[in-house]
Design a protein around this ligand. Structure first.
Ligand code: NAD
Length: 289
């Protein structure tokens, strides 16, 4: 999904730049350049911020995405932060491309971390939901994370410490179901099951976790604002304040780097008891009333 750069602000919200001082840098023996971190969706939004944060934390980062031009921009951003990222154009609907990407990543070091972030939204009721969209969402947002996990776990087991961590980008929609997002809800609930299943089989050596946020300032969200305003006959500012942030106690929308930092924490030694759990950082949407 591309944002119209001639109009980067929607409803008072602009996609923020990633500043070095906002990146959570952690001291961890596993955060070194022999270890590889694969990040999907690395050409935009949360995936981009996570790839930049992983590279800044000294991991050899491999970013996967369909969008080559923006993926290369992320690679450049990682370099500017002093890190190393290799971008591999990969269509996550294609098993052969996923397999090829993991093989390439393994040549760069030990695959120790995987973050499944790529995804998209389609808004329709169950009765109107196009089945080809169902299949595409299922394929990119649930099957690809499963297949990547299946391919990366043997590499993690083979590494010097036999350990690895897989982070999956869920959402408040992995906890609550809102109208007209049935397949998004299904895939996000599914990612929690995937993280718990990986952790159950991982015997404390391979662990997995999910990150669940509310709305984050990315093209996925910014691009929804004008159509939501039109559909509801309200201003773009009202869409942001009343609809998107309406149930959040924190009214300032999260920045992508704040989400990326949660993955860095979840990967680190500080999170060794995070085994199948979910990092719910949603401004109180799910747990307060
Ligand atoms: P985004 O649109 O900015 O980025 C998504 C990326 O996924 C894009 O770069 C796109 O090219 C890539 N992608 C899509 N299809 C692909 C495919 N077939 N192969 C490879 N790459 C593909 O979106 P974002 O807001 O950064 O969202 C990233 C993830 O975070 C999604 O899973 C989304 O559900 C989740 N999430 C987002 C928010 C939010 O408010 N932005 C909140 C909670 C969860």
């Amino acid at each position: 999904m591309k944002i119209d750069l001639s109009q980067p602000t929607r409803g008072g919200i602009t996609e923020p730049k990633i500043k070095s001082e906002e990146i959570l840098i952690l001291l961890d023996d596993d955060f070194n350049s022999s270890n590889v971190c694969i990040v999907t969706g690395a050409a935009s939004g949360i995936g981009r911020a996570t790839a930049v944060a992983a590279a800044a934390n000294n991991l050899t980062t491999v970013g996967l995405d369909l969008n080559e031009e923006e993926g290369k921009r992320t690679q450049q951003m990682a370099k500017e932060k002093g890190g190393r990222m290799v971008f591999l154009k990969t269509d996550l609907t294609r098993d052969d491309e996923i397999e090829g990407a993991v093989q390439e990543a393994a040549k760069l070091g030990y695959i120790k971390f995987l973050v499944n972030i790529a995804g998209f939204q389609h808004i329709d009721s169950i009765e109107n939901f196009p089945m080809e969209k169902y299949d595409l969402m299922q394929r990119i947002m649930l099957r690809a994370p499963f297949f990547l996990s299946k391919l990366c776990i043997p590499h993690m087991k083979k590494g010097p410490s036999g350990t690895g961590v897989i982070g999956n980008m869920a959402s408040i929609h992995a906890h609550i179901c809102t109208v007209n997002k049935p397949v998004y809800n299904i895939t996000k609930f599914g990612l929690r099951a995937l993280s718990q299943s990986i952790s159950a089989e991982g015997n404390g050596k391979i662990r997995s976790f999910t990150v669940s946020t509310g709305f984050v300032k990315t093209p996925l969200v910014l691009n929804q604002i004008p159509s939501q305003a039109e559909q509801r006959s309200i201003s773009q500012e009202e869409v942001v304040h009343d609809i998107m942030m309406g149930k959040s106690r924190v009214k300032d929308m999260m920045a992508p780097i704040e989400t990326a930092n949660l993955f860095m924490f979840g990967f680190s030694r500080y999170a060794r008891y995070l085994v199948g759990g979910d990092l719910l950082f949603d401004g109180g949407i799910v747990l307060t009333y």
